[in-house]
Unconditional design. Sequence first.
Length: 127
Amino acid sequence: MSANQNRYESAVARYFEAWNAAENEALAKAVAAAWTTDGSYTDPLADVSGHDGIAAVIAAAHEQFPGFSFRLTGTVDGHHDIARFGWELVSTADGSAPVAGFDVISLDGEGRIRSVRGFLDRVPAGA
């Protein structure tokens, strides 16, 4: 594995750590570890920047889908300061995954996320 590939995978691991943090203090720490101070997150339902805005989007996802966690699907693909990866939102109760998508992230020189551009491939009706 190249140093760059490890850099992308480490950034994505911190990203999922943030998305799967259920408690407010853990969420704040995980967002701060994953994103730059002025980092951003944009998907079809949200467009926010800064740690507080990103944490609020993640907390809202947990409120909408209690008992679910995010997991990587496939492998992380990256070049330069950009990486892409697929994910799904999985029920811890029955393993169903009603939501899936893929994200494109850009990193700073320290390997922290500057921006996320998210795309939703599968969303439940009425969500």
